[in-house]
Ligand binder design. Structure first.
Ligand code: NAP
Length: 291
């Protein structure tokens, strides 16, 4: 009797460990040249999820030999004061990356705040200049989550050329940049969203599916072509309040060729790519200053 097919796992924890070891080595080399790579993380207000994310980012920096500064501000901080803090960090030579944790309180215009970050320090890759650079294929910081997904595809030596990739979701931080990165690697890309009339008809054609919706079971086994690569960006809670993705993992793994788990997939990769971007910012700053 043959055992039932199960997809191979793309392990985000294991891949992160490898990439973070590389970051630590490069950070040590920079320190030896007298440059301490530094990330500033700004948190406004007390959103519990944001507090956890920020803590994880700061800890990841420390573990990899990067310096991090966590600025916590009361939810009542004015937009003008926040913009002033960003200006000060833009000028601070010990800070190479600036991250403003979203969401911001309603009285602050998040777009204005992100645009105030110097593109040289925009390690989240959300600035219009970073988005534009990705759009036209110029160097710039790539948003960490889709960048991490690309690294996961690279880790299995997946050649995207001529493959059909279907991205579900079109947000500015995940879906749209993901589609551009896949396109840059010569995939044929379809972007689906809430107004896509027949999602299954699209996903059944896909060699690669990236689900970035934020709803459980958006992708089920009957929607997946045998052997497809499935990347699950979603972060949701199931009935037992456990973390789960957008993909029906148990069902889809019987059909897919490769699959990312939740937890332990895209999540750790997102933080890892933040470290990679911060290190790159520090390396660029160091060579620009002749170190
Ligand atoms: P978002 O801004 O809410 O975007 C969700 C997208 O899904 C939208 O484009 C929406 O379409 C589309 N959508 C909604 N319902 C759909 C449906 N039934 N069929 C097809 N498309 C549908 O969310 P996001 O910020 O991109 O995040 C997506 C998910 O990824 C969330 O669960 C988030 O928590 C997770 N996430 C995880 C990480 C990580 O590190 N693992 C990082 C970032 C985000 P419209 O545009 O038409 O509304």
């Amino acid at each position: 009797m043959t055992s039932p097919h199960t997809a191979q796992l793309i392990d985000g924890n294991a891949l992160s460990k490898q990439l973070r070891a590389d970051v630590a080595t490069r950070a040590a080399a920079l320190r030896a040249r007298g440059v301490m790579p530094g990330l500033a993380v700004i948190l406004v207000g007390e959103n519990p999820a944001s507090q956890v994310y920020v803590r994880n980012k700061v800890k990841a920096c420390e573990d990899s030999g990067l310096h991090s500064v966590l600025e916590k501000h009361a939810a009542s901080l004015s937009e003008a004061d926040l913009l002033q803090r960003i200006e000060a960090l833009n000028r601070d030579p010990s800070i190479h990356g600036i991250l403003v944790q979203l969401p911001l309180p309603a009285h602050i215009d998040a777009h204005k705040v992100i645009e105030a970050i110097s593109p040289d320090k925009d390690v989240d890759g959300f600035h219009v200049a970073s988005a534009g650079a990705l759009m036209v294929g110029q160097p710039g910081f790539w948003p960490c989550t889709p960048f991490g997904c690309m690294k996961m595809l690279e880790s299995i030596h997946y050649d995207l050329k001529g493959k059909h990739a279907v991205v579900i979701g079109r947000s500015n931080i995940v879906g749209k940049p993901m589609a551009l990165m896949l396109l840059q690697q010569n995939a044929t890309v379809t972007i689906c969203h809430s107004a896509t009339p027949d999602l299954k008809a699209m996903t059944l054609q896909a060699d690669v599916i990236v689900a970035a919706v934020g709803k459980r079971n958006v992708l089920t086994a009957d929607m997946v072509k045998p052997g497809a690569v499935v990347i699950d960006v979603g972060m949701n809670r199931n009935d037992e309040d456990k973390l789960c993705g957008d993909v029906d993992f148990e069902g889809v793994r019987q059909v897919a060729g490769w699959i990312t788990p939740v937890p332990g997939g895209v999540g750790p990769m997102t933080i890892t790519m933040l470290l990679v971007n911060t290190l790159q910012a520090a390396e660029r700053a160091a060579s620009n200053s002749g170190r």
